[in-house]
Design a binder for this molecule. Structure first.
Ligand SMILES: [Ca+2]
Ligand SMILES: [Ca+2]
Ligand SMILES: [Ca+2]
Ligand SMILES: [Ca+2]
Ligand SMILES: [Zn+2]
Length: 537
């Protein structure tokens, strides 16, 4: 564990990279690199009843314009590595049922029509987009759009000329290239889900109450809402970018070096750039959409790590160890960082309510969270199931599940030539430090002259760039980012309480903070917090 080490500040790195980023030429997709990277052609099928009027030239022009919006969206998302143009926008009249619904194998009929009437092979194309807005939905049809995986087919029932229709077509194309739904962890308390927290003092589960228990991103029985991410086109409502988790794992638009494993980096201050602010550009000679500058190779667009936690396993009647994947990202214009657990966004913000559309999910600037504050013991509730009916055993305490953990503090926002960014402080803490004697700055369990030496050595230093634990270990006992007179008062009171006034007086033999020395006579006894760390909630 590296708590004692100086925090590594990697933000300075960026100055050198700026010029390189500026010099970089625009990025455009190459030919067919993979399903999600390359320059592709698709066919847009305008499916209609054989007796209805064919689409007008104006309607086809409108579809072309809408496809431009899709191409720009995908250029920005992919960092200029994916582009799908509709090579053909085709009128496809089919015989429909009397009520306007589609008959049995209508996709095969539509493809065969294109083969026979236009001499075009649909399977030679990356995407077959079926616009079925001119047909009637089936009575039990639950979808606005649908992708058949694996195949190149996806259908859109929504009107492509509306903003909803454009979300649907971009969402279905997302499935076509490998993206799953964008989920969220939500502590919904309704007829389907009852979230619980474990009351360690009383040895029982209590129904979660935000007012009483504070913000908890993953209560027991939490709902993993499959479409619940309000920022992501693969959720249900927005036209926002794919998440870093998807760009990394499913779409391969970002690499492991751009969203690296935090376990390999360790503690430090990390500058994470927004992954959703690439400026789009168009190459008219080659009819290609790309971006003015692709994702920079040597900056961070996110962080990832894996950790061991426990999950309740009903058929075993106990908690079992699981590996979780955490992803951290920043979106431009947001006021903090977003955390994802196994690809689903966590709610790190006590603001906002339980509405799935609420966008208060970030860990905001100025706030901190520890790894053990979320999801050390989890159970994903099934719809209509009450977690307590499973007679669950007690979870372990968070620091028993995780003996060592990260703590995150969001320092601030900014922007430079590369883009907008957030600075995130990452520290490591562990059970020993968490439970140590207050004022014990060398973490040996006792308050001695050695702790005073450390305190004195850091007097009047600025420790804001350190994690909460490392601030504390440098004498910032009141957690306001410095080691100053107020911290001295705390240290003195702790020391007197532990070793007596005479022992503290004897410390004058060792170096003492200058201003504190002057004011020593004026010290009043200040009410002390109980043994815990000042930054602890
Ligand atoms: Ca097809
Ligand atoms: Ca907020
Ligand atoms: Ca000590
Ligand atoms: Ca302080
Ligand atoms: Zn979907």
């Amino acid at each position: 564990m590296a708590v004692g080490g100086a925090a590594r500040v990697v933000v300075g790195l960026c100055a050198a990279l700026t010029s390189a980023a500026l010099a970089a030429a625009a990025t455009y997709p190459l030919q067919d690199l993979s399903i999600s990277q390359g320059n592709y052609n698709g066919i847009y099928f305008i499916v209609r009843d054989a007796n209805a009027a064919p689409p007008t030239a104006r309607e086809i022009r409108q579809i072309r314009e809408n496809s431009t919006a899709t191409r720009e969206f995908y250029a920005a998302n992919s960092g200029g590595t994916f582009d799908l143009r509709y090579e053909h926008v085709l009128d496809v009249p089919l015989t429909l049922n009397a009520d306007g619904t589609r008959i049995g194998d209508w996709i095969a009929d539509a493809e065969n029509y294109v083969r026979s009437q236009y001499g075009i092979e649909p399977e030679d194309y990356h995407s077959n987009v079926f616009d079925v807005s001119r047909t009637t939905p089936d009575p039990d049809q639950g979808w606005s759009g649908l992708a058949w995986i694996p195949s190149n087919n996806y259908a859109v029932q929504a009107d492509i000329n509306t903003s909803w229709g454009r979300i649907v077509v971009d969402h279905e194309l997302g499935h076509r290239i490998g993206a799953p739904h964008a989920a969220a962890w939500r502590n919904v308390d309704d007829s389907n889900h009852t979230p619980y927290v474990y009351n360690f003092e009383r040895g029982r589960y209590d129904v979660y109450d935000a007012g009483q228990h504070g913000n908890q991103p993953t209560t027991l029985g939490v709902h993993r809402d499959e479409y619940g991410n309000p920022f992501d086109v693969m959720g249900n409502i927005s036209h926002g970018h794919f998440s870093v988790h998807e760009k990394l794992n499913d779409l391969h638009w970002l690499s492991d070096t751009q969203a690296p494993d935090l376990d390999q980096l360790g503690e430090g201050v990390f500058r994470i750039y927004a992954h959703d602010d690439r400026a789009v550009t168009y190459d008219s000679d080659n009819d290609l959409y790309g971006v003015e500058a692709g994702y920079a190779a040597d900056v961070l667009y996110g962080l990832t790590y894996r950790r061991q936690a426990e999950e309740y396993t009903p058929h075993r009647g106990r908690y079992t160890t699981v590996t979780q994947e955490i992803t951290i990202e920043y979106r431009t214009g947001r006021d903090g960082v977003q955390f994802y657990l196994d690809g689903a966004i966590l709610d790190m913000d006590p603001e906002g309510d339980q509405d799935r559309n609420n966008q208060e999910r970030e860990l905001e600037v100025g706030r901190s969270i520890r790894d053990i504050d979320f999801a050390t013991s989890v159970y994903q509730g099934n719809e209509g199931e009450d977690f307590l009916s499973l007679n669950p055993t007690a979870p372990r305490r968070p620091w028993e599940v995780m003996r060592e953990w990260y703590e995150f503090s969001v320092l601030g926002l900014g922007s430079d030539a590369i883009g907008s960014y957030v600075d995130l402080v990452v520290g490591v803490s562990d059970f020993v430090i968490e439970n140590a004697v207050a004022g014990d700055l060398n973490d040996d369990g006792v308050l001695t002259t050695e702790d005073w030496r450390i305190f004195a050595a850091h007097t009047h230093t600025d420790v804001r760039l350190l994690s909460p634990t490392n601030r504390y270990l440098r004498g910032d006992l009141d957690a306001d980012g410095d080691n100053d007179y107020a911290d001295f008062v705390r240290f003195k009171n702790l020391y007197v309480a532990a070793n007596g006034a005479a022992a503290f007086a004897a410390l004058s033999a060792v170096p003492e903070p200058a201003s504190a020395g002057i004011l020593v006579a004026a010290l009043a006894v200040t009410a002390l917090r109980g043994g815990g760390r000042a930054w602890r909630k």
